[in-house]
Design a protein around this ligand. Sequence first.
Ligand SMILES: C[S@@+](CC[C@H](N)C(=O)[O-])C[C@H]1O[C@@H](n2cnc3c(N)ncnc32)[C@H](O)[C@@H]1O
Length: 260
Amino acid sequence: MRKLLVIGIGAGNPDHMTVQAIDGLNRADVLLIPDKGAKKNDLAELRRHICDRFVTNPNSRRVEFDVPVRAEPAPSYRSTVDDWHEAIAAIYEDLIRDELSQDGCGAFLIWGDPSLYDSALRILERVRMRGNVDFELEVIPGITAVQALAAGHKMALNRIGDAIAITTGRRLTEEGLPDNAGSTVVMLDGKCAFNTLDDKDLVIHWGAYLGTPDEILISGRLGDVGDEIMKTREEARRKKGWIMDTYLLRKPGEPEDVDS
Ligand SMILES: C[S@@+](CC[C@H](N)C(=O)[O-])C[C@H]1O[C@@H](n2cnc3c(N)ncnc32)[C@H](O)[C@@H]1O
């Protein structure tokens, strides 16, 4: 049976690659590299760099494939995502059937970790449900942007015994901070959703291009550093053509001790 490895490659630093991930890359006959368009060329470039640096298997080959752009989320976010995933599932199905032999092994290189705000596993489940190709799945975890943020700021994600929430910029704007979490990590925020919060005494730990040579870190009271983050973010986005940022919000308070 065909085998698919879904490999977390870390959040932008090739040194995030684990031994298990490197081993996975070298077990694959086919390395599947998504191309998400010119703006995200740097992301495809990092995947190529990872293959150049870590793949020693002379028999593997790379297959690059285009990923369709998601339509604007109207009228419903869920139905837009559903259509988009269906389109990608058709592409995955073709790749698996056409690029892998019956007992071949393919690897998807997934940004960060496949379990966190990434749809590859859900889309592969769709492919399986379509019933046209069969495959075995193996998931290899990777370092997430959340871990890279905590490392960059040299901080623990949680305060002692406290809960952590991970949410998106869209949800933060619509619902505010989750009230049952001591710390909230926000991802997928193209619009500086922290700006919509009334409580300017919150502490924010913000990071962009985490783990890369372009990493930017800003921390402080939201009321003091919010504008600086927005300005820095916009300048960096304009200069580079794209940006990925993640941040943690929490109320000010106790020294940030950790559970041992
Ligand atoms: C589609 S999600 C993918 C998350 C990924 N699977 C992970 O484990 O980190 C993309 C979001 O991850 C965050 N992200 C990924 N890499 C990042 C980086 N190097 N620096 C800052 N944020 C990053 C951003 O919030 C971005 O909007």
